[in-house]
Structure formats: C-alpha cells, structure tokens
Design a protein around this ligand. Sequence first.
Ligand code: NDP
Length: 281
Amino acid sequence: MRPSGSARVAGVAGWPVGHSLSPRLMASWIEAAGIDALYAPFAIAPDDARHALEALASTSLCGLNITLPHKETALKIADEVSEEAKAIGAANLLTFHDGRISADNTDALGFMQALADKEVQLDNRPVVVLGAGGAARAIVFALSKAGVSEIKIANRTRSRALDLSRALEIEAVIVDWDQRDDALADAQLVVNTTSLGLKGAANLDIDWNRAPANCVAADIVYTPLQTEFLKRAAQNGLVCVDGLGMLIGQARPSFEAFYGVEAPKTGQERALLEAILGPAP
Ligand code: NDP
C-alpha cells in the first residue's frame, strides 16, 4: 500500500544515517503487514541533536529509532524512561504521544532474541563479554536480567569495565584485556561487543582453543557478517551467533511501538539484509 496523508510515520535518527539498515527492514515489514505507514532516515548533526529531536517530537511523527551518536541525548530529552533505558544509560527508541517523549532501549531484548533464534540456552557457567562500550552495557544488562551468575568483562581500558559493572550494580569479574584468553576456560558464551572486526578495523585476537567445545561465540559486529572472530570459532566447531540477529531483534519491538501491530515474521529478514551487506569476504 502507498502511504496516505494519514500514514503513521516513524524513522531512524543518527549521524551519519545513510548506512542504517533499518529503513529497508522496516519498509519490508510495513509492506508485509499491509499497513498505512512510512519509515524514513533523519540525518541529525551532533551539535543540533537536542533541538532537532525535540522539534521532531512535536510533529505528527509517532517515534524514532536512535542510533550513534544520539543515544544519550535521546535519553536526556525524554519525559518518561523505561527501566532498560535507564539502566543502560542510553535510548535507541523514542516514542511520541501527546507532546510527551518516552525513551526505551531494545538492544538488550534484541541480543537475547538473537541467542533464542539460535536456540542458545544459558546455564550457570560464566559468560565472557569482550568490550565495555555502549553495546556492552545493554548486553551485560540483558545477561544479568537473564540470571547469568558470573559475567566476566575484559576491556582494553580496564576502568571502563569497572564503570560498567558499577553502573549496572552487578558484581562482574573484571579481566585484564591481555588475559582474556585465560577467561575462556569454563565459558558457556563469549560475546564480542568491541568494534574490533569491523570492516577497516583490526581483528579481535582470541585463542578459541582455550574455550570448551560447547561454548557459543557471539559477535555483534555485522559489517562484515562473518568476522574473523566467528570464522575461527566456527573452525573450532563452536555454535556462532552473528550481529544480524541482534539488529533484527531490536527492531521488532520498535516496529510494534510505532505502528501498534507486531512486525510480521516474514522469514526474509536475514536474506534481505545479507543482500544489502553483500557476501562475506
Ligand atoms: P563504543 O564506542 O561504545 O565501544 C567500543 C568498544 O570497543 C570499547 O569497549 C572499546 O574499548 C573497544 N575497542 C575499540 N577499539 C579497540 C581496540 N583497538 N582494541 C581493543 N578494544 C577496542 O561502541 P558500541 O558499544 O556502541 O558498539 C560496538 C560495536 O557493536 C560496533 O561495531 C557496533 O557497530 C556494534 N553494534 C551492533 C549492534 C547490533 O544490533 N548488532 C548494536 C549496537 C552496536 P575501550 O573502552 O578501551 O575504548
């Protein structure tokens, strides 16, 4: 259906925003759901973010996904903040109702959905999180909410791992970056949340021989989809979870928040995004 004058309009705001996969994904769901709706990209320069987001909230837009570098600003301008967004300290979803702004964060849900899609069931063995940036905070929050009893965090800047653990009020084990391989011995899951492995960046060096045979490897980087981190884990026979699952998983609740209907399960999401990202190198 072509959008009418009363279409529900939402979008994604970031800087830059041209690389975002969300417009294509959301458009495919809008089409499959057959609803009168639209989803558009909004490029918002960093020095104008607060003003621009508040201005957009005062229009007929029903909400915005928020991507880098505006996730903290989005939280600050909200009238209501969900428990997730508050704990994570960032919002990736704003919804607008009657002049009020509500902030939420669906990254944690998205990550857990990615694990569920691969039928990964967490038990009481440790999980190793590599990195302590914004995405790590959402993932550590999700893991602690899921009842993981021991979370080990290794980050290049050790103090950031400590800050993350304190901010979430959890007792994580902080591992020195150079000792990360030592933390693998009894891990059930190892997650790369660093930007290592991204196209153009260095690869994340890790010795998968130190991990148990039933350990799961997850990488949230999705450009490229098959990172060296995952490639080597697969060579060691480990179950691998790539970054697309989280991307799709965080988008579903946003779709429902904007348009009031569930995102249709087309089964085509992965193929659509893989076609845009191109083949693995
Ligand atoms: P941040 O900038 O907040 O954090 C970056 C992290 O990477 C920090 O832990 C940083 O360590 C680490 N890092 C960067 N360079 C190096 C290096 N050379 N050696 C070791 N560690 C390094 O980024 P985000 O947390 O927002 O995003 C991280 C990645 O996750 C990005 O690639 C992003 O695209 C991806 N992502 C994927 C999502 C998905 O849906 N699949 C959702 C969100 C993010 P230090 O603290 O020492 O600087």
